[in-house]
Design a protein around this ligand. Sequence first.
Ligand SMILES: Cc1cc2nc3c(=O)[nH]c(=O)nc-3n(C[C@H](O)[C@H](O)[C@H](O)COP(=O)(O)O)c2cc1C
Length: 191
Amino acid sequence: MPARIVAFSGNTHRPSRTRTLVEAVAAELSRLRPIDLKVYDLVDAGTGIAVAGRSALPLPAARIVEAIESADALIVGSPVYKGSYAGLFKHLIDFVAPEALIGKPVVLTATGGGPRHALVVEHSLRPLFGFFSAQAVPTAVYAGDTEIAEGRIADPIVRARVAQAAAELARLLDIGQGDAVSTSAPLAAAR
Ligand SMILES: Cc1cc2nc3c(=O)[nH]c(=O)nc-3n(C[C@H](O)[C@H](O)[C@H](O)COP(=O)(O)O)c2cc1C
């Protein structure tokens, strides 16, 4: 069975460099393993997501949250806004059930307007997915403004990190680590 991979990018317009980056990780993963890929962004979520409760989410956004929860693995990305992940990206992730991502392999990515906020993947995205006890792969990928151009990754170092992150995700899929620990109900109950 191909692994069900959901890529979720926090971009609000297209074309998007963040979406390009998560798609690049997914393309690399698809060269390594058979995958069933679904890619979503905040454009797919539509308008009207500024609600307080999950039950009030418009259907397209609710479907994205469900897809994130039921995937075998995730590739997530956010544009950097004011030194962190985008607020609407976090807003959608806030609706994900705390126990749904336990042990789930995740690749973390972000794009920004320059090199200064490259560690957003480490100081914002990694703790967020740490909250969920997801398994974020060791290599996170950040691209600045000159490193993605015309829908392609122009920088060889970013390309190498994309390949490394995809290879790490492939290995986690092989060992089925997500299934092995996803029954940690006591952990989820403690949140
Ligand atoms: C409201 C706003 C805040 C931003 N803040 C930052 C920032 O703090 N650091 C940074 O490097 N880029 C910042 N940017 C630039 C975006 O992160 C960058 O253009 C990103 O790659 C856009 O991704 P997208 O093409 O997927 O929308 C900001 C852009 C916007 C619109």
